[in-house]
Design a protein around this ligand. Structure first.
Ligand SMILES: Nc1ncnc2c1ncn2[C@@H]1O[C@H](COP(=O)(O)OP(=O)(O)OP(=O)(O)O)[C@@H](O)[C@H]1O
Length: 257
């Protein structure tokens, strides 16, 4: 088990964003977290990365209780995430964006390059090689010098994934990576996430694109109004009456309307 979420509850004032939600993720799996808007999915990511403290509940990562650790410590432990809204350094090159992601792994850190020692220069060189390898993995090596904001939307999303991978995560959290993508971009996102999995990285993905989720995920948990409605394989989720009623069915009605 890589990640265990135990009895997670989060209240924002009078709003219960999560109520007693538990699930576990097997090492190497792609695990989907789905549910209608406002169901509590992003809040769950914010609990795992401790952007907000839980009201109650625990996060166990590789057997260690990481609840309440500072977000940068959680990154160091091996959990990295992307955001629903792209958060790149828009004026920096693709290469530099990925290198910044890798700096949490080096001893010298990003702002200490004024007095450059030999160790720092070596670290910088290693970071650059690693960043180029990751840009290659996400298909952006030829754009390494392009300023992030000049990349196409789908490319920016892939760059975010490369940046997250630069800190060597064991668990990668993806918050709606296919949002705004066209069919072709979504297809190549599928290949990319499968490639990430093949490198031994466990993936937790929030996604509204149901065909992608069903094709990609080993297991899925469904949230509805902050509570866990169901958990299982894609097939089990697709055939779960409560899920069909609360979520998939509703979407179908919307499509047919
Ligand atoms: N920082 C916050 N302060 C107050 N309420 C919040 C905060 N973050 C989330 N909420 C509330 O918690 C509930 C769950 O929101 P959350 O963003 O986790 O849902 P979601 O499933 O990610 O939705 P979406 O699919 O639209 O992104 C919502 O009612 C939301 O308004």
């Amino acid at each position: 088990m890589v990640l265990e979420v135990k009895n997670m509850t989060k209240n924002f004032g009078g709003i219960s964003a999560l109520t007693d939600v538990s699930f576990s993720i097997n090492e190497g799996d792609i695990f989907g977290l789905i549910g209608p808007n406002g169901a509590g999915k992003t809040t769950m990511f914010n609990m795992i990365t401790n952007i907000f403290e839980p009201t109650s509940g625990e996060i166990i990562f590789k057997g260690e209780n990481i609840t309440g650790l500072k977000p940068f410590k959680i990154t160091e432990k091996g959990i990295c995430r992307t955001y629903q809204n792209i958060r790149l350094f828009s004026q920096m090159s693709a290469l530099n964006n990925v290198m910044v992601g890798g700096h949490s792994q080096t001893r010298s850190g990003v702002f200490s390059s004024v007095f450059r020692t030999k160790t720092q220069r070596n670290e910088e060189k290693m970071l650059q090689e690693k960043a180029e390898e990751l840009l290659d993995l996400v298909g952006l090596l030829e754009h390494k010098d392009t300023i992030a904001e000049n990349l196409a939307y789908g490319q920016q999303r892939r760059l975010e994934i490369a940046r997250a991978l630069a800190s060597n995560p064991k668990l990668l959290l993806l918050d709606e990576p296919a949002a705004g993508m066209n069919e072709k971009e979504t297809d190549s996102l599928y290949d990319l996430i499968k490639m990430v999995q093949s490198r031994g990285i466990t993936v937790l993905i929030i996604e509204h694109d149901m065909p992608l989720v069903m094709k990609l995920c080993d297991r899925i948990a469904v949230l509805n109004f902050g509570e866990k409605l169901a958990e299982g394989t894609p097939e089990e989720i697709q055939n779960n009456e409560a899920v069909i009623e609360a979520y998939l069915g509703k979407e179908e009605d919307e499509v047919n309307a």
